[in-house]
Design a protein around this ligand. Structure first.
Ligand SMILES: NC(=O)c1ccc[n+]([C@@H]2O[C@H](COP(=O)([O-])OP(=O)(O)OC[C@H]3O[C@@H](n4cnc5c(N)ncnc54)[C@H](OP(=O)(O)O)[C@@H]3O)[C@@H](O)[C@H]2O)c1
Length: 287
């Protein structure tokens, strides 16, 4: 039987997307567990990563020479060049690849078929699987960090406006995505596995706002908006029609069929963080 909690003796891990919200927590997790980290960033001077991490300047589609030297495992951030990055990792003898994908790639719901997220992540999943290297695919559902789009109205007004206030989702804390990634990058038993990851509870959008309000010690109001009003507002902020459609389809569906929570407790060895914990961790973003 595979022991999923047995740590491989220290690994050297290449982290792409290392300065992102997930990436920097992943770097911290790996260092804390005694692994060596090489962090890929387009701007090392602004990376602000721990000094124990080795910084290399580049992007997934512009890789510096020698970036894979001595690397056991690599975290693939799903952006332009991810497929070529995975191919080159394989060619340079990297033993395992862990891809940050999306639950949309599972295409479990009609709304996912042809959605912006499903299209983008499915292609990258296929590229990673085609390398022939042991892979693990993480498919998180909606990130709690998406609620940071409420930061501005919460800072300056009495609450937020939005459609489908009674729809219910299970947002995941970025720390849990990072902890799951660290586990599958460094422990055996996850080869060629796909893991869906969500937060521990489905909460209506009003309850999500309440969690933030409770952390801030404020009562926040959720003003209902029609889907058309939302689309017009998003267009003003330059959000693409495909993204707006994806959001509206998701919220419309989850009124009658809330997200089914699939927290990654089995991967991270602790309960997944609640939205209340996320809100406390992000108080500064809302003040
Ligand atoms: N939002 C959701 O609900 C959701 C759900 C499921 C999956 N996801 C996936 O998660 C991703 C977001 O993760 P996150 O929040 O950690 O990202 P993030 O905070 O936006 O950070 C992305 C990092 O990736 C790096 N980056 C961007 N473009 C790059 C490129 N071309 N080459 C190399 N590095 C590049 C940047 O680092 P440097 O500037 O330092 O190079 C940036 O710090 C989404 O794009 C999506 O694929 C999101």
């Amino acid at each position: 039987m595979t022991n999923t909690h047995q740590t491989v003796p220290t690994s050297t891990v290449l982290v792409s997307g290392a300065t992102g919200r997930v990436g920097r927590l992943l770097v911290n997790e790996l260092l804390a567990a005694g692994h060596q980290v090489r962090a890929l960033t387009r701007d090392p001077a602004r990376a602000a990563l721990p000094p124990e991490a080795e910084l290399v300047e580049g992007s997934l589609n512009q890789l510096p020479a020698g970036v894979f030297d001595g690397i056991d495992a690599a975290f693939v951030f799903p952006t332009d060049g991810a497929g070529a990055f995975a191919q080159q990792a394989a060619a340079h003898g990297v033993l395992r690849l862990v891809l940050l994908s999306s639950l949309a790639a599972a295409a479990d719901h009609a709304r996912d078929h042809g959605s912006a997220s499903q299209l983008r992540h499915t292609v990258i999943e296929q590229d990673v699987r085609a390398t022939g290297v042991a892979w693990t695919i993480l498919r998180p559902g909606t990130f709690a960090n998406n609620l940071l789009s409420w930061a501005h109205p919460i800072r300056y007004t009495a609450g937020v406006r939005g459609p489908y206030p009674t729809s219910a989702q299970a947002p995941i804390h970025e720390a849990d995505v990072a902890a799951a990634a660290a586990a599958v990058l460094t422990k055996p038993g996850h080869e060629n596995q796909i893991y869906a990851l969500t937060g521990p509870e489905a909460l209506t959008r009003v309850e999500q706002l309440d969690a933030i309000g409770t952390a801030l010690g404020r009562e926040l109001t959720f003003a209902d908006q029609t889907p058309d009003e939302f689309a017009v507002e998003m267009a003003q902020y330059g959000v693409g029609d495909d993204i707006v459609k994806m959001l509206l389809d998701y919220w419309a569906d989850t009124v009658d069929e809330p997200d089914v929570p699939r927290p990654p407790n089995h991967l991270i060895g602790r309960p997944a963080k609640t939205l209340t914990e996320w809100a406390h961790d992000h108080i500064a973003d809302f003040q």
